[in-house]
Design a protein. Structure first.
Length: 109
């Protein structure tokens, strides 16, 4: 989970939410964003792919980021898996989505 604080609580459009997620994740090796999927006002899913490098080997990784604007804060829940676990990403997002919220007024999660 990550967050991005904004200077205003004005609602961001879907493309702006996607851009925040892309800018947060683009440092990842081989990161490629998929098509934005609207979920609700102020909320999107963004599928993505990349490369996981570990223990002198690398392989494909994929996932989704759930992006939700809450007032001046943009919350991001990132779920990823290697090819063996890719079929579990959707259910993980569905299970965890309800818990993505600000815990207090400070913008912390």
């Amino acid at each position: 989970v990550t967050l991005d604080r904004r200077t205003t609580s004005e609602p961001l459009n879907l493309n702006a939410l996607a851009q925040i997620a892309i800018e947060t994740l683009q440092r990842g090796e081989g990161f490629q964003a998929g098509a934005v999927q609207p979920v609700a006002p102020g909320e999107i899913l963004l599928p993505w792919t990349g490369i996981l490098s570990a223990n002198r080997s690398s392989g494909p990784i994929s996932g989704q980021v759930l992006v939700r604007q809450v007032d001046r804060t943009v919350l991001m829940l990132v779920v990823s898996a290697t090819s063996e676990g890719a079929s579990s990403v959707d259910s993980a997002i569905a299970t965890l989505a309800g818990s993505l919220q600000k815990l207090d007024g400070s913008g912390s999660t």
